[in-house]
Design a binder for this molecule. Structure first.
Ligand SMILES: [Cu+2]
Length: 400
């Protein structure tokens, strides 16, 4: 029973003497087989005693000097033991924390998020309605939890189901939703293996029925949110811009027309706010998101929740070194695997000068006011066109 935690501090060694010879930890020959052998070994191992002339000398008297030295050493030993225990406990706590965090990580990985955007256009055949719906779907193991909200339906919800079927294809109802209250239904659904497979393959859709549209007024495919990767391919900075989700009713492609007034602040000095406002009021625009400015080579990820496969996503941002040049990703399909590179567009509102020619040459300056940045350079009134001078790829967009 030798302690592995044997320690001798220098103060202990220095404090002891009375003509004794210090020996290494271990047995004393004269204590072997004696009733106090274990105690003698322990006291030696812990550094409390050192023996006399290599012997434990069990029959000798102990004087006051030896007594206080042993007490002091015992105290040192206890302190060291406490430090070791404390270190052990800290290590144990750390390990437990790590284990708990690991557990949490696993839970997060198990929980899968899906969503659906319900519209009349996704019904087969399409239904002409202004109604819309959103569904948040979480799946953990085989348990699906849903929250479906609807608005603008022609009447009360008469039924709502998860149906089997790929986009554009009608299929059987496989699970009925809980009754709607205040345009919302929440509930859970314990799925079979086959149903989970359907969901993972994008083969489940939500369908909301009304009296006027007995076969369904709005429908939405239940899909995993996509990640939109953006990458600045240029050697310059792209301004903060917009990511716009829209149907084919709307477009950010103004080629061949005069630039809308709201495009000018973006194209001339990278302020997308007016354009965002204009787009939000446009038919067919579903969502408008701001993006941060991106320096050369910078990458950015965004979650896209507005899925229905019939939608498009466009991205627009100013090429900051230019006068009125901007990157446009035009109407990319909102589907996994889609990818597009932005072509540089010329808003036609300002005469082209050499790149990075500075404020006097019509390029933006953050220290100037909005109006100064709008008014600098030489104004022109040409149609929007694909830029004939800035022909490098500016921005890559990809959906995963
Ligand atoms: Cu149904």
């Amino acid at each position: 029973m030798k302690s592995k935690r044997f320690i001798v501090s220098s103060s202990i060694v220095g404090a002891f003497m009375i003509g004794a010879v210090a020996i290494a930890a271990g047995n004393f020959a004269d204590a072997e087989g004696k009733w106090y052998e274990d105690a003698a070994n322990w006291a030696s191992d812990t550094g409390i005693i050192e023996g006399i002339d290599g012997q434990f000398a069990g029959g000798e008297d102990m004087n006051r000097a030896q007594g206080v030295t042993m007490l002091m050493r015992y105290n040192e030993y206890l302190m060291a033991e406490m430090d070791l225990m404390k270190a052990d406990m800290e290590a144990m706590e750390k390990k437990m924390d790590e284990m708990m965090n690991e557990g949490e990580g696993e839970e997060e990985m198990e929980e899968m998020m899906y969503s659906a955007h319900l519209t009349g256009a996704q019904e087969v055949p399409a239904v002409d309605t202004d109604a819309m719906g959103m569904a948040e779907v979480t799946v953990k193991g085989n348990m699906l939890t849903y929250k479906v909200t609807v608005e603008g339906l022609t009447g009360d919800v008469t039924a709502a189901h998860f149906h089997s079927g790929a986009m554009g294809v009608n299929g059987d109802a496989v699970h009925a939703l809980e009754a709607f209250a205040d345009d919302m239904s929440t509930g859970t659904w314990e799925m079979t293996e086959a149903e989970m497979k359907m969901l993972q393959d994008g083969g489940l859709y939500l369908n909301v029925h009304t009296a006027a549209n007995a076969d369904g007024e709005i429908r939405g495919q239940v899909l995993m949110p996509l990640t939109l990767h953006l990458e600045n391919l240029s050697e310059g900075t792209l301004s903060g811009g917009l990511v716009v989700v829209h149907t084919d009713e709307a477009s950010l492609n103004f080629v061949g027309d005069k630039a809308p007034e709201a495009l000018e602040p973006l194209a001339e000095w990278g302020d997308a706010s007016e354009l965002a406002e204009m787009l939000e009021g446009l038919d067919g625009v579903v969502a408008v998101y701001d993006t941060e400015a991106m320096t050369a080579g910078q990458k950015m990820d965004m979650m896209m929740k507005e899925l229905d496969g019939t939608m498009h996503v466009s991205v627009i941002a100013m090429y900051v070194g230019s006068n009125d040049g901007y990157a446009l990703v035009d109407s990319m399909k909102l589907m996994t695997g889609e990818s597009m590179v932005a072509v540089n567009h010329d808003a036609g509102t300002e005469q082209n000068e050499a790149l990075d020619g500075g404020f006097e040459n019509g390029q933006p300056d953050a220290d100037k006011t909005d109006q100064e940045n709008m008014d600098n350079g030489t104004a022109t009134d040409e149609d929007v066109a694909v830029h004939d001078q800035l022909t490098d790829d500016l921005l890559k967009a990809m959906l995963k």
